[in-house]
Design a binder for this molecule. Structure first.
Ligand SMILES: C[S@@+](CC[C@H](N)C(=O)[O-])C[C@H]1O[C@@H](n2cnc3c(N)ncnc32)[C@H](O)[C@@H]1O
Length: 267
């Protein structure tokens, strides 16, 4: 029998808690390490970045804008020689690594530190491709601005989580606050939100499960640690860690779905 543990954190102002979550990506080494853990524990061995990049028609793409670019995770799988790659992120510590990666694939690389949503001081129709990977739920209000920034034949590529990723965790805890964050732009409602401004030309589901075996407690613990700002919207992360590690030992294996969806939209 499973128990729903309801341990509500002190309510934070909405803006404050979204900023707290964004700041959780500031430890670059940990962010990269978690990327490796996700890759190692994923049942789907096809790289989602490569699946996403494969959906884009690259023929006429010279200029790329990445919103919530982080340290340039998406750009790392790109090759070729673009004219411009511009990344925007809330965290200035991503600048150096983002620029290093972008300079490898573009004649000009730019990093702007900004808290989105915000109007971007660039003429309309400046970009052939706008990317937002695992970040649009922080600033879904940007969808209209993306339309202004995209050229008429431009493409908008987004990768986002499914609300179903909370299913396993919700057997133990109430994650309704976190669900609301994901619901700002999710696999389930992303198409409808994009359609307010764009024609969605394709969406592809990326089915995946994170599988932790009895000896993977260290990885599970670090994964929960990384997600602590998200988790703390609803529950004390230490309580989640303790419960999940005990369940891992009791059951011998824990599986969490991590089904994402990739959208490609055009004006
Ligand atoms: C989950 S990470 C994704 C980073 C990168 N796109 C990737 O896929 O690895 C979310 C990123 O969005 C940024 N972010 C969160 N809220 C933001 C905001 N309001 N404005 C700009 N960037 C934000 C964070 O700093 C973080 O780098």
């Amino acid at each position: 029998m499973t128990t729903i543990l309801i341990y509500k954190q002190k309510p934070l102002g909405y803006k404050c808690f979204m900023e707290k979550i964004a700041r959780s990506y500031s430890n670059l080494d940990l962010h990269r390490k978690i990327g490796d853990i996700i890759e190692a524990r994923s049942s789907n061995k096809e790289e989602i970045r490569s699946v996403a990049a494969g959906l884009v028609d690259w023929q006429r793409i010279r200029t790329v804008l990445d919103l919530g670019c982080g340290y340039g995770w998406f750009e790392k799988v790109l090759g070729g020689r673009l004219d411009l790659v511009c990344g925007i992120d809330y965290l200035g510590e991503n600048r150096e690594e983002f620029l290093r990666t972008a300079e490898r694939i573009a004649k000009k690389a730019v990093f702007l530190q900004a808290h989105l949503p915000a109007a971007i001081d660039t003429p309309p129709e400046s970009f052939d491709l706008v990317v937002s990977a695992y970040s649009l739920y922080f600033f879904p209000e940007m969808i209209g601005e993306v339309k202004r920034l995209l050229k008429s034949e431009g493409q908008f590529l987004t990768i986002t989580h499914s609300e179903s990723m909370l299913t396993e965790g919700e057997k133990y805890f109430d994650f309704s606050g976190l669900r609301k964050v994901i619901q700002r732009f999710s696999a389930e409602n992303g198409e409808a939100l994009l359609k307010e401004h764009f024609t969605v030309t394709a969406f592809v589901d990326y089915p995946n499960t994170l599988v932790f075996g009895r000896h993977d407690g260290g990885d599970l613990s670090q994964y929960i640690e990384f997600k602590k700002e998200f988790i703390s919207v609803d529950v004390d992360p230490e309580l989640v860690k303790e419960k999940m590690l005990a369940e891992l030992q009791r059951l011998g294996e824990l599986r969490f779905n991590k089904n994402d969806r990739i959208f490609v939209a055009k004006k």
